[in-house]
Ligand binder design. Structure first.
Ligand SMILES: [Cu+2]
Length: 398
């Protein structure tokens, strides 16, 4: 029965419910069913709403979708890629072998055009050789194919790579390769240890897309890395990447030498141990991307930089003075949505990032490690942008 309390509120007298409708089992089951139906409807509405309003939950990259890349392609900007070898490299490298393009230091092979995974062959020769780190400053370096960084390889997820590593007969050290894209012990290094004059062959399947480093993993591994044995691999996702106007690669590394005056200097392991770099450079040597070798772009173009940092010790605070990154694929991940409008990207030693910049204003833009005293040690490169002035964005006089 219903009673009225002294304060005027209604309350249920639970002591007197026998025999009434409130005690009916059927009634309570009906109430329960009603709540179930409301809950079910609400859940369905939530799911429909989630997708109807284009809220995109994170899902791994799939074959039927290029959605991570499509929304940001500007139809007016997107154009066939300009062969970067023309502007980065004084001497263009060898032509690509079929779809597998391998270019020497500084240039990026063009995007793949095939849509199916296949087997590809990489052949590399390790060479121990004198190398100029800065003007007049040389050391005895270890290299892949005589280049620092080593060749930039570009293939695609699902490919099976047959890798031939030849250790030049004039070398003294064993060499190998640890590919960061390889799944298995040592990133391949366990089956690639190669004595001078010998050759190793291994096969690896690329399971995950992304931008990856590789390096030697033989002998005194840290010193083999610090001596120049590293490079980048781009494993394209299914469907490739959105087209941009220009692509370049930049790899940061430190040199630890016994001296920095003009002359020939030994590598200095003691300095490497205390992380006191003699040089911090982009693409192998101080000034590699300056002057005539500066990267080029035009106003209105979108540039994609594949950036790696091999260290061997420092993390890089990669920054372009006077621009922001429109998109940053942090850690080189191509299965994660990019960050937007970023000033500086932190790249760990042994890590990568992919950044994209659209240039609106002409001029010279410096790429630096914003741990800024490293600029004095060589960590600077330039992008020269030509085109009409944009006084509505940038103007002034002094
Ligand atoms: Cu080595």
């Amino acid at each position: 029965m219903i009673e009225t309390t002294p304060k005027g509120r209604r309350a249920v007298a639970i002591t007197d419910m026998s025999g009434g409708i409130l005690s009916s089992l059927g009634f309570w089951l009906f109430i329960l069913l009603l709540f179930q139906l409301i809950g079910l409807y609400w859940g369905v509405w939530e799911i429909q709403n989630h997708y109807a309003f284009n809220v995109r939950p994170f899902t791994p990259y799939t074959a039927d979708s290029n959605r991570f890349f499509e929304p940001w392609v500007d139809e007016e900007v997107a154009a066939p890629a300009v062969a970067p070898a023309e502007v980065v490299q004084a001497e263009p490298g060898p032509p690509p072998e079929g779809e597998l393009a391998v270019f020497p230091s500084g240039a990026v092979p063009p995007p793949l055009t095939r849509s199916e995974a296949q087997s590809v062959v990489l052949e590399v020769t390790t060479r121990e050789m004198p190398y100029e780190v800065a003007d007049g400053v040389t050391t005895d370096a270890f290299t892949f194919d005589g280049q620092i960084p080593g060749p930039f390889y570009r293939f695609r997820v699902g490919d099976t790579v047959e890798y031939h590593l030849k250790n030049d007969e004039n070398n003294v050290e064993d060499h190998s390769t640890d590919f960061h894209w390889v799944t298995g012990p040592g990133g391949g290094a366990e089956v690639l240890q190669t004595a001078p004059g010998e050759e190793s062959v291994a096969r690896f399947k690329a399971l995950m897309p992304g931008l990856y480093l590789y390096h030697c993993a033989s002998g005194d591994i840290a010193m083999h890395i610090a001596s120049g044995m590293f490079g980048l691999v781009l494993v394209e996702p299914e469907g490739g990447l959105a087209p941009v106007d220009r692509e370049y690669f930049v790899v940061q590394n430190e040199w630890y030498l016994a001296g920095n005056e003009p002359g020939h200097w030994d590598m200095d392991r003691a300095k490497a141990e205390v992380e006191e770099a003699t040089y911090v450079v982009f693409n192998g040597r101080a000034g590699a991307l300056m002057g005539d070798n500066a990267l080029k772009a035009n106003v209105g173009e979108t540039v994609r930089l594949y950036v790696g940092n091999i260290g061997a010790n420092y993390a890089s605070s990669f920054h372009i003075i006077g621009e922001m990154f429109d998109r940053v694929y942090q850690y080189g991940s191509l299965t994660t949505e990019p960050l937007h409008d970023i000033q500086t990207v932190l790249i760990p030693a042994g890590g990568t990032a992919i950044v994209e910049i659209t240039f609106e204003v002409p001029g010279t833009y410096l790429m630096v490690d914003h741990s800024i005293f490293r600029l004095d040690k060589g960590a600077v490169g330039a992008i020269v942008v030509e085109g009409p002035e944009a006084p509505d964005i940038y103007s002034g006089s002094n």
